[in-house]
Write a protein that binds this ligand. Structure first.
Ligand SMILES: NC(=O)c1ccc[n+]([C@@H]2O[C@H](COP(=O)([O-])OP(=O)(O)OC[C@H]3O[C@@H](n4cnc5c(N)ncnc54)[C@H](O)[C@@H]3O)[C@@H](O)[C@H]2O)c1
Length: 263
């Protein structure tokens, strides 16, 4: 966690709103959690790793931060029901949901294991949808949902058909739910990060699946994104500053998608 999201450092005021962040235990998710707390929100984290969540819960209690953790697998509909029932019993209602949890697996499509494709869709698409359903049912005073799409929602990438399919679906779900739930006062938007330095990309870098030099060279802002880079967009989309924004997707990719130039 770097400095930009220290308490009081943001002008966005979430005024005690209760925000659920899936996959909030590390990577972009934990940056979002700290950003939301710094903006005056109360956070419920859902993630799989109970040990890591225990550490976050203890650190939050020591720091006096309004963060609670809930262990569960969003790909398991029963887990989603259980976890959201627990969240309801603590907070009574939900004002926002960040569907950030996501997984990937890279491999040649010719012999890609269908079970891996199904697991990716189960987490990135069905899990996101199930959490949206459960959260919307608790958004008794309206709310905002922010889905984590990807640069991969817009472009083809070799050996990533399952991930690309899942993140393309996230755009469709975002638009469909925005249209369906707009009349209920629930806004649904997405962010589309480019290459952000997290465990997910570090693993690909270390295995030589992606190259830092090539990625930074193709990115107009000439660097990898850091987890904190996505926080401002998430706060904006959760806050009343975006009160008339729904069904939209905001790219956070250093200009990658805009760049069609080569020399
Ligand atoms: N890192 C990037 O370059 C990048 C780019 C575009 C989009 N994304 C997307 O951003 C999101 C966060 O990515 P990250 O790089 O921070 O990943 P990460 O691997 O560092 O963290 C993923 C988080 O999701 C949680 N999670 C995974 N599967 C889960 C499940 N079944 N149930 C509950 N929690 C689960 C993990 O516990 C973890 O907290 C993902 O949706 C990813 O696809 C990442």
């Amino acid at each position: 966690m770097t400095q930009p999201w220290a308490p009081g450092s943001t002008n966005i005021d979430l005024g005690g709103k209760v925000i659920v962040v899936t996959g909030g235990s590390r990577g972009m998710g934990i940056s979002m959690v700290h950003g939301i707390v710094a903006a005056g929100g109360r956070v419920a984290i859902i993630a799989r790793d109970a040990d890591r969540l225990g550490g976050i819960q203890t650190a939050a209690a020591e720091a006096g931060s309004d963060i609670r953790t809930f262990a569960g697998d969003i790909a398991d509909p029963e887990d989603v029901k259980r976890v959201f029932a627990d969240i309801q019993s603590v907070y009574g209602r939900i004002d926002g949901l960040v569907n950030n949890a996501g997984i990937t697996k890279v491999g040649p499509s010719i012999d890609y294991d269908i079970a891996d494709l199904q697991r990716i869709l189960a987490v990135n698409v069905a899990g996101l949808f199930a959490c949206s359903q459960a959260a919307a049912a608790l958004m008794t005073e309206g709310g905002a949902i922010v889905n984590t799409a990807s640069l991969s929602s817009f472009i083809g990438q070799p050996e990533r058909a399952a991930y690309v399919a899942s993140k393309t679906a996230v755009l469709g779900i975002t638009r469909a739910l925005a249209v369906e739930w707009g009349p209920l006062g629930i806004r649904v938007n997405a962010i589309a990060p480019g290459y952000i330095e997290t465990d997910l990309t570090r693993d690909l870098l270390e295995r030589g699946v992606i190259s830092r030099e090539l990625i930074e060279g193709r990115t107009p802002l000439r660097r990898f994104g850091q987890p904190d880079d996505v926080v401002g967009a998430v706060l904006f989309l959760l806050s009343p500053l975006s009160a008339f924004v729904t069904g939209a997707t905001l790219s956070i990719d250093g200009g990658w998608l805009a760049n069609g130039y080569i020399r």
